[in-house]
Design a protein around this ligand. Sequence first.
Ligand SMILES: Cc1cc2nc3c(=O)[nH]c(=O)nc-3n(C[C@H](O)[C@H](O)[C@H](O)COP(=O)(O)O)c2cc1C
Length: 185
Amino acid sequence: MNRENSKEKSRKCLIVYFSRSGKNYVGGQIVDLTVGNTEVVAKTIQEKTGGDLFRIEPVQKYPNEYIATTEVAKEELRTKARPELARSVKDIRSYDLILLGYPCWWGTKPMPVFSFLEGHDLSGKIIAPFCTHEGSGLGQSISDLQETCPKSTILEGIAIRGNDVKNAQGLVTSWLHDIDRAMNT
Ligand SMILES: Cc1cc2nc3c(=O)[nH]c(=O)nc-3n(C[C@H](O)[C@H](O)[C@H](O)COP(=O)(O)O)c2cc1C
């Protein structure tokens, strides 16, 4: 999967991510992100792996404002909403490894990520999660992922603070090596 690793060249990897641009809470203040934090990491991973990139896009966009978005997201979490997605992955069967990215929202994954996971057959797949956050790390997203995808193998995830996404090259590289190792043992 890692470009440099010849053993993994034949293995197809898909980078699936949800990320929201607009006003967000980063490093203790509200900033207007033209590119979401998780998208920055997803693109770093894409450059390093050469994998295919798929963005999870809900039909109904979230507000541009931070507080308004937290309110919508809180209600979606409370009601276990599964927002409708604009697109799905056409041939999910051709991928062995899914690198799954999301921001931590209310201590877990945003509900559109649940929509994605439940809308695709991920049995037998290896899923490696990466998240961006402001202090909660991966939160309870891993146990939620195991519950949603009981027939997938969930590898160790990484959590990156919003302010660090542009300097996450080293962390991402070592995480990808760990994934290579886990898949080859
Ligand atoms: C609705 C909402 C809920 C959030 N909840 C949390 C949280 O529980 N813990 C945390 O550390 N950060 C939380 N954050 C901050 C985001 O995880 C953080 O800003 C992330 O890097 C945003 O990624 P994105 O730009 O890819 O959407 C929340 C942000 C939003 C908009």
